[in-house]
Design a binder for this molecule. Sequence first.
Ligand SMILES: [Zn+2]
Length: 155
Amino acid sequence: MCKSKAQSQSCDAALTIGSVTVQGSTGQGSGHAEMTALSKWIDSLNNGATTADTVLQAASVRKVYCPSRPVCKQCAAVLQGLGFTLGDQTEWGSKTMGSTEWGLAGNVKELLFTRRINYDDIINLRSGNNSNEYATRLSKQQTTSSRAARAAARN
Ligand SMILES: [Zn+2]
């Protein structure tokens, strides 16, 4: 847990998926705490991303907990795309976190690909693309698999 708001870029977060809660911390090798937790959770499953997609869609609860700071725009895009909602004392932020490097572990990228969420679009949130545009593109992509396939070919 963070000691002060000023230090809030380095924090712990947790995801609850069904009956399982996974903790993550910033700086464990896959970027932000929320994404670290997601990667750990996928790792804990047989067949990684494929199983993760099935389990996530079937889960009765998909919540993110990050009480010490708002979830950054990029993590929010990933989590909202995957159907997560806010846990107690947690809010979606409207900003990316400039000074904390953002990236995704391979298994999280795989899950996004499975869901036809374009990783490049989420990376681009950082350069100032607004979230309305992102949401529009996301909804288009969910019905257009060829774009996702091309994005995967680039990665
Ligand atoms: Zn984040």
